[in-house]
Design a binder for this molecule. Structure first.
Ligand code: ATP
Ligand code: MG
Length: 452
């Protein structure tokens, strides 16, 4: 029978053959973030719909076209999060973090949902790694998060990602800019799409972000916001550039970046890869002073970004960056008969508790099928227990790569010692760390000399 109910368009399964790559990237991100002082926050997958309307903005594509909303059994209007910043801002206020020691520095690894047209690098459920930094108006905060992203890419071995920065000013300097934009687009009204005609009155900045090719064309010659910055915003932008220069982080100023979310002020930035097709932005972010206040918190500034995990992995694949695959099974213990099957299970348990990866037959198949399976899972060593082996308390351990056989006593300690000796170089670092102590306990390494 064919599978009747299939996965939803724009969602994807991540299988074990790939999930270790996701784990690697997420761990690297959260661990490095921790070193920079960013602790991980976990926020809910769905929130009150109004949270996103108010922060992301009601004239944005994300809210107008892409948000998954639903009414729950209690009649509440909810939305699956289309991004992470809004929820983290809410959490920071609700949990009082914003009233404690500042700055508050948070990182996250989350799934997001947007009803977009699925294509390469564009999913309906996708994943973001992000950071938010609260309580610093200084360009040092902007520089810190931007430099982090740049370092994270370096740690992953990724090359050829360019950083583009811009300032879109504050509320004050944007008044003049909005007026300039409005008169520019008023004169070209007939070339704008329906949505942008609405945006013309409400938020002309959003027209610059429209995906419609005609609107895009008109927007090309529109006034740029950098020409309208107030002195404070100019100084902030110069301060950021100075710091990025000092950190050796290369960038270009792209006055066309406005970002698709309403909450941004001053600094906005994107990391763009030449290895991705149309969806070339791997990471986007910016400053959002005023957002905390608009959500009912104190008037504290904030800055953050998010990068798409799907796109990050696509870039790594395109650049041939190998992510270390998990070590295969150390020992497969086959068995013939009931008693041997119990013994195999017991030995497996001993080895697993020691930190080895051991497997035995739990299906009840023939020895031939068991060995075929051991081969398939790439076991490094295998052995088969039968009545003889149990009686003599000995078995022959086969090196699957070389075919070489070694007789080993059927007990936890000799087996452990055999695996340690055989696979020393391939053992994971954490296991190597505990190895010294274990060998010592087993009396295989000389005891330290005690001075009288
Ligand atoms: P785009 O211009 O590609 O639509 P965006 O401006 O909507 O991106 P942001 O809201 O800034 O994206 O999200 C940050 C990052 O999240 C993006 O740079 C991208 O890597 C990733 N991302 C956003 N939307 C999707 C999606 N639908 N599928 C996969 N990744 C996405
Ligand atoms: Mg988008």
């Amino acid at each position: 029978m064919a599978l009747e109910i299939k996965s939803i368009k724009g969602t994807a399964d991540v299988l074990p053959s790939d999930s270790y790559k996701w784990q690697f990237v997420e761990r690297k991100f959260l661990d490095t973030a921790r070193k920079y002082g960013f602790g991980e926050i976990r926020v809910p997958t769905f929130e009150d719909k109004r949270l996103f309307i108010r922060s992301v903005g009601d004239t944005t594509d994300v809210v107008q076209k892409e948000m998954y909303t639903f009414t729950d059994q209690g009649g509440r209007e909810l939305a699956l999060r289309p991004e992470g910043t809004a929820g983290v801002n809410r959490a920071v206020i609700e949990n009082g973090l914003i009233n404690g020691a500042l700055p508050v520095k948070l990182s996250y690894a989350i799934s997001c949902f947007r009803a977009e047209k699925p294509q390469a690098g564009r999913m309906r459920e996708f994943h973001q790694l992000g950071m938010e930094l609260f309580g610093s108006p200084s360009p040092s905060a902007d520089a810190e998060v931007i430099a982090f992203v740049s370092e994270f890419f370096r740690l992953l071995g990724i090359q050829g990602i360019s950083l583009e920065i811009n300032s879109i000013g504050c509320k004050e300097c944007r008044k003049n800019y909005h007026a300039a934009l409005k008169s520019y687009f008023e004169a070209r009204k007939d070339q704008l799409c329906e949505t942008c005609l609405e945006r013309l009155d409400k938020n002309p900045l959003r027209i610059l972000d429209c995906k419609n090719p005609e609107c895009h064309e008109v927007a090309k010659d529109a006034p740029v916001v950098l020409d309208y910055l107030c002195d404070d915003c100019k100084a902030h932008f110069e301060g950021l550039k100075k710091r990025l220069d000092a950190l050796g982080v290369q960038y270009t100023v792209n006055p066309r970046i406005v970002r698709g979310l309403d909450y941004y002020v001053r600094t906005v930035f994107e990391f763009v890869s030449s290895d991705l097709g149309a969806q070339s932005t791997v990471c986007g972010g910016g400053r959002y002073d005023g957002l905390i206040k608009s959500l009912g918190g104190p008037d504290q500034p904030g800055i953050g970004y998010a990068m798409g995990v799907e796109r990050l992995l696509m870039v790594m694949k395109a650049q041939g960056i190998e992510i270390p695959a998990p070590a295969p099974c150390d020992l497969y213990i086959g068995s013939i008969g009931e008693d041997a099957s119990v013994e195999a299970l017991r030995l497996c348990d001993i080895l697993r508790k020691e930190g080895f990866s051991a497997e035995c037959d739990i299906v009840g198949r023939s020895v031939k099928a068991q060995m075929k399976y051991a081969d398939k899972i790439g076991a490094r060593f295998s052995m088969v227990l039968g009545d003889n082996e149990l009686a003599e308390k000995k078995a022959s351990v086969k090196n699957m790569a070389t075919g070489e056989n070694t007789e080993v006593s059927l007990d936890g300690e000799p087996l452990k010692a055999f695996l340690y000796n055989a696979g020393l170089d391939d053992l994971s670092d954490s296991l190597k760390g505990t190895l010294g102590g274990i060998l010592e306990n087993m009396g295989t390494s000389p005891a330290p000399e005690v001075k009288e």
